[in-house]
Design a protein. Sequence first.
Length: 264
Amino acid sequence: MRRASLLALAPVPLIALATPVAAQEGADASAKRTRLILGPQLAPSWPGADRFSLGPYVDLSRAPEGEAFAFEAPDESFGSPLVHSGNLSFGPAFGFIGKRTAGKLGAPLPKVGMTVEAGGFAQISLTPAMRVRVEGRKALSGHKGWVGEVSADYVVRHGDDWLFSVGPRVTLGDAKFHRAYFGVDPAAAAASGLPAYRPGGGVQSVGATAGYLRQLNSRWGLAVYGRYDRLVGDAASSPVTREFGSRNQPSVGVALSYTFGGDR
């Protein structure tokens, strides 16, 4: 799953022992809406892959009654803001990458196990229509390296009725990450016939993402997104990429949304 966000549930409101009007105002102020987005997405099976895997495209958000749901890019990692300071916010970030085996790759190269990544992000809204986000995650398994992403999104919306976003992406990885997916050590070179290759850290890819949300009626909606990344630098020059992968890394997802609670 590429991302999911769960905003904190609001505390249960105190029941005011005052006039009925005051009690009603307190109930309205505490009302929340919940939106679930769920559907399939198709993405590269691992970094640099020329094959794709089908997985879930999922997001869960909450918003006060009468307020629009906060913008989230469709390709964000798991996580939601926990600390806010003006237009700046911070929070945890989690990522997942499926395992790469010699059989799936089609070459006798070392296996890279299922990867779970944990880290954090910082994002700032420069204007109501422009958000910039920086993210870093450390692999707890699998490739064992550090990865990061710098992104910007231009957002045009009409409340929750519809929202369109588009913006650039730069993906980074350290030497350990690049060597896991794009390197060829001497033993692997002898077994595969590929030249030995020892990449360093740096930019892995550059690309862009576009997403669209549309409310179909008071409850149901539609969400779609497309992303394209192009491997650059050591990742693009790797013999693993040239012989058994692709520099082109597209992703696409489509989902239905359902909104619980509120008047909508």
